[in-house]
Write a protein that binds this ligand. Structure first.
Ligand code: 5GP
Length: 132
């Protein structure tokens, strides 16, 4: 049983900020900013692509509400909402979850760095990637 299933079962305590029949949100144990929250599904799915679409849609709706709450109650100026999908993408807990990361300013602790690739053959990528 993974660590988030144990949180759902109450075997591991957490600082809960939201709960309904489908999902549960709690403060991340290693917050990158104040209010960093992890929203997890109660039923086990390993990641966003594995998750039942009804569950994931509901959870993104809840994530939006939590983002609004961070803006209204924590005075966040913005919010990053993200989900890491599989180990190669940085997922460390194999249980679908969405990070809600309130943002305050450029020194708030969260530094996502996007390094643009050069000389990309967009036509070749599209050929492989587009819908058949
Ligand atoms: P991932 O890297 O899988 O997208 O994110 C997993 C997140 O869960 C990490 O930010 C990590 O700090 C958090 N986390 C892992 N174990 C626990 C725990 O036992 N309690 C809480 N509150 N957060 C956890």
């Amino acid at each position: 049983m993974d660590i988030f299933c144990k949180i759902v079962n109450g075997e591991i305590p957490s600082y809960k900020v939201y709960e309904d029949d489908v999902c549960l949100a709690f403060l991340d144990i290693n917050p990158v900013t104040i209010g960093h929250t992890v929203l997890i599904c109660k039923e086990h799915y390993s990641d966003v692509v594995d998750a039942n679409p009804e569950v994931s849609m509901h959870m993104f709706d809840v994530a939006k509400k939590l983002a609004n709450r961070a803006i209204n109650k924590l005075n966040a100026k913005g919010v990053n909402i993200l989900t890491n999908c599989k180990e190669a993408a940085g997922q460390t807990v194999p249980h679908f979850h969405i990070h809600i990361i309130p943002r305050y300013d450029e020194t708030d602790g969260y530094n996502p760095i996007f390094t643009a690739k050069e000389n990309v053959d967009f036509e070749a990528v599209l050929k492989e990637f587009k819908e058949d």
